[in-house]
Design a protein. Structure first.
Length: 352
């Protein structure tokens, strides 16, 4: 099949592209605007494949997106292109409204126009067409009790400009199915981590700061809880949903790894102490800083539906995935050093 992946040069998108090229026989079209977090160096392993094509296109550009659909004739769209960092959304929400809401609308319209054309000229291909929208568990807000879990029926209650923009895009996707019949699927995932992660996010930032002997800033008291999902496990889940999920359904994807932010940072420190011993314990670099505005306390995913209906389960534990992640950053200094030479040098964002 022809699979169109938006945001395929980003963290999760590049993992999806690598998985599709390396583990399947499908053809992949990567559509990416290459904003600050898009990095084609994350795709060097696959860029020589005859089954891979790259289109440097912004999903907000309706004419160019329509041309991409006509040129590549996708069977499946996997929509990952998004602004995704909560802190950046606090500093500059406009970009999140534009990309996550307007961009999703523009893409939906391009897909609808293409799909309507298929129904006339290739009805069998139209019958199998799917639009898979990839979202986040942050649209649900936060959980009050220590035992509660997000399910596919949890009401939306977003807290940040980022999560509100993603919630809006989710609603648009479902409305395009309800109103126009567009065959859609939606997934909401927990926090991802792993190789090729842009270093503004918690885990890569802590690794690189620790290696540089810099402070490890932890928001508030560090007791915010997240469910951590290894990015390659997530990529497998996304492809399974896109190809085998039931149209119209939502699937929550989680890693079964609830950890406080402080636990994550302390575990990273201990791993680095083992792999790159320091005379001064890395834990001594931990510094508590003012909390993020509107910081959600706890996220946790109930992934029973995708496990029960599609047979997906994460392969990595938090311990094995984190060790692989740290080792990757140690082995790929050129990748992250070039990123650090660019638009982000580890400064704090979203502090108001």
């Amino acid at each position: 099949m022809n699979i169109l992946v938006t945001g395929g040069a980003g963290f999760i998108g590049s993992a999806v592209v690598r998985y599709l090229i390396e583990q399947t026989d499908h053809r992949v079209v990567n559509v990416d605007a290459l904003t600050y977090a898009g990095n084609l160096e994350s795709l060097t392993e696959v860029e020589g494949s005859e089954r891979y094509a790259f289109e440097h296109v912004d999903i907000n550009n309706a004419a160019q997106m329509q041309a991409v659909f006509e040129r590549h004739q996708p069977d499946v769209v996997m929509h990952l292109a998004a602004e995704s960092h909560v802190d950046r959304s606090i500093d500059g929400p406009a970009a999140f409204i534009q990309t996550n809401i307007v961009g999703t609308y523009t893409l939906l319209e391009a897909a609808r126009q293409y799909w309507n054309g298929l129904k006339e000229r290739a009805p069998e291909k139209a019958a199998g067409f799917r639009f898979h929208h990839i979202s986040t568990d942050e649209v649900y807000g936060d959980l009050e009790g220590p035992e509660d879990l997000f399910t596919e029926e949890t009401p939306y209650a977003p807290s940040s400009p980022y999560s509100a923009s993603k919630a809006s895009s989710d609603h648009l996707v479902r409305a395009w199915q309800r109103t126009y019949g567009l065959p859609v699927l939606v997934t909401n995932c927990s926090n991802n981590y792993g190789p090729y992660h842009f270093p503004e996010k918690l885990i890569p930032l802590m690794i690189l700061n620790a290696l540089a002997g810099k402070a490890l800033p932890v928001y508030g008291d560090g007791q915010q809880v997240r469910d951590w999902l290894y990015v390659e496990d997530h990529a497998r889940a996304l492809v399974k949903v896109a190809l085998e999920g039931e149209v119209g359904e939502t699937y929550n994807i989680g890693g079964h790894n609830e950890k406080t932010n402080l636990e994550v940072v302390e575990t990273l420190c201990d791993l680095l102490q083992e792999l790159v011993p320091s005379e001064r314990s890395y834990r001594k670099l931990i510094t508590f800083v003012a909390d993020r505005p509107g910081h959600d306390l706890r996220y946790a995913i109930d992934a029973d539906k995708i496990e029960r209906e599609l047979g997906w389960r994460p392969e990595e534990t938090f311990e094995t995935g984190l060790r692989k992640t740290v080792q990757w950053y140690l082995d790929n200094r050129q990748w992250w050093q070039r990123v650090q030479d660019g638009s982000y040098q580890g400064e704090r964002l979203g502090s108001l």
